[in-house]
Design a protein around this ligand. Sequence first.
Ligand code: UT7
Length: 325
Amino acid sequence: MKPVKIVGLGKYLPPKKLTNSDLEKMVDTSDEWITTRTGIKERRIAEDMPSSELAYRASQQALKNAGLGADDLDLIIVASITPDNFFPSTACRLQSLLKARKAAAFDISAACSGFVYGLTCAWQMIGAGLYKNVLVVGSEVLSSVTDWQDRSTCVLFGDGAGAAVLTEATKKSFLSSHLGADGSRAALLNIPAGGSRMPASQQTVDDKLHCIKMKGNELFRVAVRVMVDAAKISLSKAGLKPEDLDMLVPHQANKRIIDAVVKSLKIKDKVYFNLSRYGNMSSASCAVALCEAYQESKIKKGDIVVLDTFGGGLVWGSCVIKWAL
Ligand code: UT7
C-alpha cells in the first residue's frame, strides 16, 4: 500500500442563520430546551441551493488549499443523504461544476458516517495505486427534508459542506479505519418515502414521509456506545490507545453525546466542537469540523487525529490520521 495523506480542506456554510429564537416562533420550543438538550444555538439554511452547489464551494476551497486544480482530480466521492437527485449522482454534478474532466465520480449513502466512509474508500484506492488525487466531500441540505412543524427534529439539523483532497504521500498518514453497520435498526432514523420501498404519492406527501423521522431517545443510547467502541477499535488497529489521541473530531449530533464519549474515552478537552453554530449536518458535520479544527490550529502536524461518526442506517465509522499538513 502506498501512504496517503490529506493535502487540502475546505468548507462552505450558507450565510442564512436560523437561531433558536427564530425556531421559538415556528414551533413549541425554547432556546433553553434546545441549548440544554442538544448544545445547538443556531444552524445554517441553504436557500434554493442543492447539495452539489454547497459541495462545489467547499471543494474549490479544498483544491486551492491543496495547491491542485480540478484537472488534477482522478476521482470525486460525495457523501450525502440529500443528493440533488437519485441520479445523476451529486458527485457527477460536482464533477461538471468543477470541470474535473478526467475524474470518475460516485456518491456514498452512509448518512452521518458518509465522510469517513468516503475517506476510507479514497485512502484505499490511492493506496492500491488506482488513483493519485481524490476529492471527498460531505454535503447536505437537510433543510430540504426537515418537517418544520415537528419540534422533535426541526431544531436539530442544518445545511453545509466540507471537503478534503487526498493524495499519495511519502510517509504514512492514514493509520487505520473502522467502519460498521447495523441495518436491523433502520427504523431509528430514516426518511420513509420517496424510494422504491415507498414511492412518492399524494399520501406520502400529505403524511410528510419525505422528511426525517427519528426515535431520538433510543438513538442517543446507541450513539454513545457505538462511537466509543468505534474510536477504540480504530485506535487499536493503529496500535494506539485513547490516551495517545491528540484531537477527537466527532460527528456533531448532540453535545451530550460528545461529552459522554469524551468521558468514556477519558480524553478531556481533546475534542473539537462546532455543533452550537451549525447543528447536525449529517455527512458534512465531521468534514466541516475537521476543516475548522485545522483552520483554528487545534490540529498540527504530527498529531493523532481521530474522526468518529455515527448515524442513520445504522452506520458508524472512525479513522485515525497522523496529521501531515
Ligand atoms: O445524526 C445521527 C445521530 N443522531 C443522534 O444520535 C441523535 C440522538 N438523540 C438526541 O440527540 C436526543 O434524543 C434529542 C435531542 C433528539 C432529544 O433529546 P431527549 O433528551 O432524548 O428528549 P426526548 O426525546 O426524550 O424528549 C423529552 C421531552 C418530551 O416531552 P415529555 O414527553 O417529557 O413531556 C418531548 O416532547 O422533550 C420534549 N421535546 C421538546 N420540547 C421542547 C422534544 N423536542 C422538543 C423541543 N422543544 N424541540
